[in-house]
Write a protein that binds this ligand. Structure first.
Ligand code: USQ
Length: 389
């Protein structure tokens, strides 16, 4: 298949491209490298060495004989989006080119607007371009488990049967996101459902949990590393906890730490996305996958990292509950379904503890670099105090 990966320079985009190439697909990529810039702006950097895209693509060619055809640009620019789709006419498109940080979207109005506009407009550009040039291709769009929020009932995969005042219907499950970023994904999902309804576009909307990990099986050397963020804006829970342990900083569950989320490794994330691409939806179908392996509370993950670091590495690690910068429930029910990908053949690659050992080992080699960024690890973006201008 010819597959276009939008956001190919990102944490998941790069590793997915490596997996797709290894499966014999042709990969076209697009990116404007904005995440590199935004991470630098908060005084941070990838904790692992990160070569330029061009250099990584060159190494890829030398090692495997194939690489990515790259387009540099912003997919919220409709002319740019349209040009790639028209020139390449891919069989499938993976849309990962959205602003992906919840804290970033909560800094203030400027960041909230940027997140809203860029994310929603890029998806709109894409569906219009697909309708015009490749109406039969498959759009695999990255949404988030955070679209559902944390309701006090089980969460289905996208739709559920509901009975109200004696009548029944099969409806989208209500969404209740927790940041401006997460709401953009809800708005995207609504727009995709509508594009499917009016034009019959083939869509897989992936509700993905929090991803952790430093590598996938294609990454055996540092020159092919993907980015790995640890600061309070761009880093995510388990990755941050491992970096904190390695840097001898306290591991920071926010508040009580009972916040429960679906998690999955980077290896599993790219396996699931490849499976979804290689098993496309029916013609004219809009389908939703809940993509995570297991759910954990952040305190459970903090305790797991502490115990792995102490038992396997023989080093001490501390856990410190810090005031929660976010507005979210710290204790709640959480039970989302996640069967559809398993039915397609998804099995987790490794146990959580094994993956934590790999992450801690990789990070330990770059401890000095992590220590350079220790000041941006502590939370300072507060949901309820975001700036008005
Ligand atoms: N958390 C801590 N301590 C930390 C960092 C986070 O307790 O040092 C807690 C947060 O309060 C939250 C949970 O961990 O309850 C998850 O936060 P996160 O920063 O790991 O992830 P989140 O902001 O939810 O966003 C990340 C990705 C986003 C993706 C989402 C999937 O950045 O792109 O959509 O995970 S999900 O969380 O399922 O919505």
């Amino acid at each position: 298949m010819k597959i276009l990966v939008l956001g190919v320079d990102g944490y998941i985009g790069w590793t997915l491209a490596l997996r797709l190439l290894s499966h014999g697909h042709e990969v076209i990529g697009a990116d404007n490298y904005i995440t590199r810039k935004r991470v630098n702006e908060v005084g941070s950097s990838s904790a692992l060495p990160l070569m330029s895209f061009g250099r990584r693509n060159q190494v890829l060619k030398e090692k495997t004989g194939s690489n990515i055809t790259m387009y540099r640009g912003d997919v919220s620019n409709s002319e740019f989006m349209d040009r790639i789709i028209k020139e390449e006419k891919p069989d499938a498109i993976v849309h990962l080119a959205e602003q992906r940080s919840a804290p970033y979207s909560m800094i203030g109005l400027k960041q909230a607007k940027e997140t809203m506009v860029k994310n929603i407009v890029s998806t709109l550009n894409l569906v219009y371009s697909m309708k015009e040039h490749i109406p039969g291709s498959h759009l695999l769009k990255l949404g988030t488990m955070g679209e559902y929020g944390t309701p006090n009932i089980d969460i289905p995969e996208g739709f559920f049967e509901v009975e109200y005042k004696g009548r029944k219907d099969y409806l989208p499950f209500p969404k209740n996101a927790g940041s401006w970023y997460h709401w953009t994904k809800v708005h995207d999902s609504n727009n995709l459902m509508f594009a499917n309804k009016v034009w019959g576009l083939n869509v897989t909307d992936v509700m993905q949990g929090v991803v952790y990990g430093t590598r996938t099986r294609e990454i055996e050397e540092t020159s092919l590393y993907t980015r790995f963020d640890i600061d309070e804006v761009w880093g995510t829970a388990l990755n941050r906890f491992c970096a904190q342990a390695v840097a001898n900083l306290p591991i920071t569950p926010y508040g009580k730490g009972g916040q429960t989320r679906g998690f999955l490794s980077l290896e599993d994330s790219v396996s699931c996305l490849s499976l979804a691409l290689e098993n496309p939806p029916e013609k004219g179908e809009y389908r939703v996958f809940n993509q995570f392996d297991e759910h954990y509370s952040v305190l459970e993950l903090a305790e797991m990292v502490k115990s792995v670091y102490e038992e396997e590495f023989g080093k001490p690690a501390d856990i410190k509950h810090v005031p929660n910068p976010r507005v979210e429930k710290e204790e709640h029910y959480y039970n989302p379904e996640h069967e559809k990908l398993k039915k397609l053949g998804y099995r987790r690659a490794r146990e959580l503890r094994e993956e934590a050992v790999i992450i801690l080992n990789d990070l330990a080699k770059h401890r000095k670099k992590i220590l350079r960024y220790k000041d941006v690890i502590t939370p300072r973006t507060f949901w309820s105090k975001s700036k008005s201008l």
